[in-house]
Design a protein around this ligand. Sequence first.
Ligand code: AQP
Length: 334
Amino acid sequence: MQRIFSGIQPTGIPTLGNYLGAVRNWVKLQDDHECIYCAVDLHAITQPHDPKTLAQATREMAAALIAAGIDPQRSILFHQSAVHAHVRLAWILECVARIGWLNRMTQFKDKAGKDRENVSAGLYTYPVLMAADILVYHATRVPVGDDQRQHLELANDIAQKFNFDFCGGEPFFPVIEPLILGPAARVMSLRDGSKKMSKSDPSDQSRINLTDDPDTIALKIRRAKTDPEPLPTEPAGLESRPEARNLVGIYAAMEDTDYATVLRTHGGRGFGDFKRALADLLIAKLSPIAGEMRRLLDDTATIDAILRDGAQRASALAEPIVQEAEKLVGFLRV
Ligand code: AQP
């Protein structure tokens, strides 16, 4: 069985983007992979955060993942700060990664915006910690949304350089394969089809949160930006119509089908009917997850016990690998 690793930042309630781009695939992969899933709270502090709410946000993320179908018996579910091997390996890899490689990361440019001199150094080295998260388990497959593709290419570059510098080219770290799955690997904002849907977007109207109630989902979809043309009958007609493409992609992903099938049913009609059908579909699929999440959050002791157990199981896998990496770079062992 191949080993999977993936993580999600506890920076808010997961969105429909997180769900379709990542979490839903994590659930399916449990059937035929050894899976390690992580609430990456170390990543969450790379941008300004409220220390009073981070712990609860981490619990909420764990509850959301379990409610969406992650089974903590079959998979390892834990929070990153509880397994110190991640930061030990991250430091070694920071000394392997080249500044020029990090300068090319588009997510840093997007998140730092115009104020690049004033963001944290952690935001800049974020992709190196992400490489360590994966490599510290020798995971070979990483299910992520399309926005993470460049970070995984960087992780492979870092792994290859480590292997070359310290192992004579032997593959101590394996090659990582990104798993970018489905028609909604990049879900866009409901207000702007050129921006990805994000937990931390200042506008709540830009996203569907997994905890949104049916009325809120219906309202957000009704208000979602569209254009005045009816839906096309063929996928080619979605070219240069980013908002229409986004809504059709969400529909296709939720129905486990493709753009062409959705357009065979809904093409040629206005957005009014289609938006109603999409809202009904989202409400039917997401409401049970929101209900289960609320139920789990009534018992935080159980969530904490699940995370503690996950951290122990994760440490048992990571510790020998980080120790070997420390030996390979030559640290004194006494
Ligand atoms: N809009 C999206 N469409 C598809 N996949 C997405 N992912 C995030 N947004 C979309 C995928 O969700 C996983 C977890 O992401 P993350 O929380 O670690 O970081 P992120 O990519 O920065 O997600 P957000 O929601 O935009 O968080 P904030 O607002 O805190 O920065 C990843 O696999 C990601 O690809």
